[in-house]
Design a protein around this ligand. Structure first.
Ligand code: HEC
Length: 123
């Protein structure tokens, strides 16, 4: 994985990495795994469009290239999106069940992201 990957920018513990990979990386990274139903139109087009938008908003593969300021603001919005239950998108987890975020994982992820928000990072 690239050094600009979110999970390399920070020393993300294994269990939290797994949560991010399962629930966020599919849309918010450069290694998108297109599921079988992406070949079913118009689902494929919708998904394509979602991933395009998702990456524009937050690309975890290029997190290390963001300015410190942008990293901070993205961390903040990650926390709020997860807390509000907006991410991972329900329209997606509905069919992509393994991407669902069970409450215990959700809390683990939020707790971890909150510790990052308070640490500054060289860039
Ligand atoms: C199915 C694809 C998909 C998955 C999975 C997904 N997202 Fe998103 N995300 C999007 C899209 C699309 C947007 C663009 C905004 C919109 O259209 O709602 C977005 C926007 C965001 C934003 C807003 C960026 C900003 O700066 O305002 C954050 C933060 C975010 N996602 C975090 C996450 C996190 C954290 C996860 C995992 C827990 C996740 N997302 C999982 C598709 C996804």
């Amino acid at each position: 994985m690239l050094s600009t990957e979110f999970v390399n920018v920070y020393e993300v513990p294994e269990n939290v990495q797994q949560i991010l990979l399962n629930s966020c990386y599919n849309c918010h990274s450069n290694n998108t795994n297109y599921p079988w139903y992406s070949y079913v139109q118009p689902i494929g087009l919708l998904l394509e469009n979602h991933i395009y938008k998702a990456k524009a908003e937050l690309n975890l593969s290029e997190f290390g290239d963001y300015s410190v300021r942008k990293q901070r603001s993205k961390l903040k919005s990650m926390i709020s999106q997860i807390e509000k239950g907006e991410m991972p998108m329900t329209s997606y987890t509905f069919i992509h069940r393994e991407a669902r975020l069970p409450p215990e994982d959700k809390n683990k992820l939020i707790d971890y992201l909150k510790t990052l928000k308070n640490t500054s990072h060289e860039n």
